[in-house]
Design a binder for this molecule. Sequence first.
Ligand SMILES: Nc1nc2c(ncn2[C@@H]2O[C@H](COP(=O)(O)OP(=O)(O)O)[C@@H](O)[C@H]2O)c(=O)[nH]1
Ligand SMILES: [Mg+2]
Length: 369
Amino acid sequence: MPESDSFSMIRLTPPGAAAIATVRAEGTGAVGAVAAEVRARSGKPLERWPTDRPILALFGAEPGEPVIVHRRDDAVELHCHGGPAAVARIECALADAGAARVEWQEWARRQAAGPVAAEARIALAQARTERTAAILLDQFGGSSDRAMAEVERLLAAGNRPAARERIQALLARAEVGRHLIDPWRVVLAGRPNVGKSSLMNAILGYERAIVHPTPGTTRDALAATTAVDGWPVELTDTAGLSAEAPGRPADAVLRGGTALARERLAAADLVVLVFDRAAALAGEEAQWLRAWPEALRVDNKCDLPPAPGPRPATIATSALRGEGIADLLGHISACLVPEPPPPGAAVPFTEGQRARLHAMAERLDSGAR
Ligand SMILES: Nc1nc2c(ncn2[C@@H]2O[C@H](COP(=O)(O)OP(=O)(O)O)[C@@H](O)[C@H]2O)c(=O)[nH]1
Ligand SMILES: [Mg+2]
């Protein structure tokens, strides 16, 4: 066993199914410890390998674990098979050689240029869509830091109105920042049988919810995560809002379903009220329109002849034929993010950043220095 120097090992890939896992060893002694375990086909010791290119090698005793080794000055990255056995073998050998395990978040914090870059890097690993990842990458690259530096420069120059304006512009993007990792919650609600589950499936592109002519088929709240226009969205299909489904007496399960629906509605970022265009507007539907004035209103079953009378909805869909779905998605996106941040824009994405901006705004408004 080599002399124990204090070096670190970091698992850079998350646990779980993946083709490749990456273990990094860094610090004094890291290269020596890895050198004692790896052998390349050329037979050259690791210390003499070029630092600018990855090399295929075997790690550990025969038959050896196939690894791709990328050596830097005092760090080595080992890319091995993604299964747990390969990773465990490498980590055990490095631990025996004196490596101390460092969690990747901690490592990312140490590497980053500053606290915002560190948070952005950690958040990036959890981004679900390319669009949100691009925004986080901008913050990692310094967009937020530059915007804050500009606010501070304006304050130092005594230009309080301009500083206040910049803070306001940043706070206007706080809602987007809040949802870069946590999806927006969009809830489909309406009477039983109007086609909520069918719409949910049409949006998702697969049969998440059971669709059936029997009213009251969905008796639970079903959620699925998807992306709408690149924004992460948790879509919830609810049981109808009324426990008394036509043709079916209310029972305890359905009552539970409607109670759950109301709970989800209270926590929703956006409510989508679904109507059956072939049916006259029911009294309770008029009531819901008043209860959720901000809700998106969808007339489903537009393939059927419309019921007489004025319709409340602004979007017509046929979940059955897939018509109007793109239009509905466009409306959902526009409601969630009315003004998408332009590329390179500063977006406050941590609770700390938002609190700091609010505190600055309050102090400026109160006239404090
Ligand atoms: N004609 C027509 N029927 C639909 C449409 N969407 C749903 N349905 C039918 O309406 C019934 C109830 O649909 P479902 O999605 O279960 O409604 P939910 O109770 O609101 O979830 C089923 O028989 C569906 O096939 C549509 O756009 N056009
Ligand atoms: Mg349903």
